[in-house]
Design a protein around this ligand. Sequence first.
Ligand SMILES: Cc1cc2nc3c(=O)[nH]c(=O)nc-3n(C[C@H](O)[C@H](O)[C@H](O)COP(=O)(O)OP(=O)(O)OC[C@H]3O[C@@H](n4cnc5c(N)ncnc54)[C@H](O)[C@@H]3O)c2cc1C
Length: 343
Amino acid sequence: MNIKTEALVIGAGPVGLFQAFELGLLGIECCIVEALEHPGGQCTELYADKPIYDIPGTAYTTAADLTAQLVRQIAPFNIAIHYHQTVESLQQTKQHFVATTATGSTFTAKQVFLATGAGAFTPVKLRTEGISHYEDTQVHYAALADTQLTGKSIAVTGDAQAAVDCAIQASRHAASVLFLHRKRRLDANEQSLAQLAELTDNGTIQQIKGKITDFTAGNKLENIIVQQSPDLCTTHPIDLLLVRQGNSPKQSNLESWGVNTEARHIPVDTANYESNTQGIYAVGDINSYPAKRKLILCGFHEATLAAYAAAARLRPEKPIHLQYTTTSTELKQRLGVTTTDKG
Ligand SMILES: Cc1cc2nc3c(=O)[nH]c(=O)nc-3n(C[C@H](O)[C@H](O)[C@H](O)COP(=O)(O)OP(=O)(O)OC[C@H]3O[C@@H](n4cnc5c(N)ncnc54)[C@H](O)[C@@H]3O)c2cc1C
């Protein structure tokens, strides 16, 4: 995939999503790249169901709902979010920046917005020695299509919502599902836990509390060895092992992308949230400046000023006047709303 766009936003956390909104409002074409398979960054990865009370004008929301609203807000601009794409390098040519992802896709843009927050969320891997050899053939950290699960003996491992959902989904297609977890109390919603309990009671899913310590293999991974207690290890034949142990953030090598960093953050000019490199902005948790606070509302402000600065660079011939969404016909046209629309 080789994509050309005016502006590239790296990161679909709350600030990256709002950055895309502000760019859309100013008539700047953009797209977003995101390491995860879903938007929301820390909000969805670390505290999706928790309440947030300090989003202006919103007395209460959950992190998941805030993310859903941010996604809804950018819908009028048809902004593509390219999921499961981790940017590994950013290079500057005479006129453009080129971001290259781990899958070899390239994104060419005139302006780049780093909304990379705590870093690219990547799956927490199994530590069982040698098992990485079977990654992407029998050991999977990302979602598989239903057809890939059909008729297979599947083990799912993890303690939270993603693992429970994965086991339930697999049970609809697989020949057998073994659900392995370490915790007595799984961190999932009541509805999913009730469904899991029902599938376990009727024998569709077998649940074991234990840890994968070893495996046996010929040409293929054949059995996993599960330690259930200090003196009980059991052997289970499998075709596929689906690992859902959550994701942890890994910071990119930002210096190699051409921006200065201090203590793993990008110092910015608070007039426009630009880094030391003209055309590369840093917004949200990744930036630093005097009195910086890692709060979503601060990121929203930063994204707004960065978008105005980028608009001035991209359209030097056109003064960028402040316009209100309440009254501006131009902004309403971009939003696809009429004066009577309430959203
Ligand atoms: C438990 C908890 C509770 C919180 N509660 C509040 C609260 O009540 N109010 C509040 O204002 N703030 C709160 N915060 C802080 C808030 O979540 C952060 O300030 C906010 O998420 C920062 O948004 P961001 O978009 O800058 O970064 P992030 O949310 O970290 O998102 C960055 C995104 O960029 C992606 N990414 C990074 N690098 C790459 C790459 N190289 N390629 C592709 N994608 C990449 C990541 O995968 C991630 O999805 C809380 C944080 C935590 C942990």
